[in-house]
Design a protein around this ligand. Sequence first.
Ligand code: DOR
Length: 306
Amino acid sequence: EVDLRTALGSVEVPSPVLTASGCSANGAELEPFVDLTAIGAVVTKSVQLRPRSGRPTPRMAETPSGMLNSIGLQGPGIDGLLSDDLPWLAERGARAFVSIAGTRVEDFAELAQRLRGVPGVLGLEVNISCPNVESRGEVFACDPVAASDVVSAVRAVADPAQPVYAKLSPDVTDIVSVARAVTDAGADGLSMINTLLGLVIDPDTMRPVLGGVTGGLSGPAIRPVALRCVWQVHQALPEAPILGMGGIRSGLDALQFVLAGASAVSVGTAVFNDPSAVARVHDELAAALAQRGFASLREAVGYAHR
Ligand code: DOR
């Protein structure tokens, strides 16, 4: 039996396989298919201070090897999360990793403040990389200085027991410099990657499919990009914990991220085809590690670099 325990910053979890923000809402949809206490954590859909309606519909489009979304951070806001979703998860003994989003540095800090000491909230994923915003200036992760401003503000007020992961964008020329900046600013880990901005045009209507025109590409199409980001950042910052994601749908996909340097992975788009994907990837990863002679996940993290 391979030891799959891992750490998210300072917190130990029984499995390195987590949901990916946005793809399993806040866990309730998955519960019939997955033992929520057996997975690493439920990473919740990015929450903001106030409810938000998101971008014009349609907001999802298929591509040959991935999915395009332009949700635009739709959601009920922090009050609803605190009153409904987080107590629901905590009652079931599920661990929540709460994704937070905002348009100003102060928004992120206020959210971190509100989440201090909330039962079941293991840590925070700071979403500074949503591509479905009005201007590139709002994508803090595209600029190392803006990214570190958000992270240091969050780390300053967040619960010391809650690790803070910064979610990075693949849409930068040098992801290592962003990773370095947010780590220096106090990030306890790095989530890589968010979706990559893309476009689909309907040949019949001859117009963009998505109401918001562009959208974030996820799924197998971005897996090699995500894996390259994990590789580069682990090479430069071997001590920084990495939560890897981008098109993972099997244990062998997850294994590649671990070998590249991820100490945990998130499964997102794959759940739309297979609602049990998160549990299945956990089992397949365990089998893949055992087959290769690893006694523990830890031994395999970053193995491809050695
Ligand atoms: O692709 C994404 N879609 N990434 C995000 O960070 C948020 C989400 C949305 O709500 O648009």
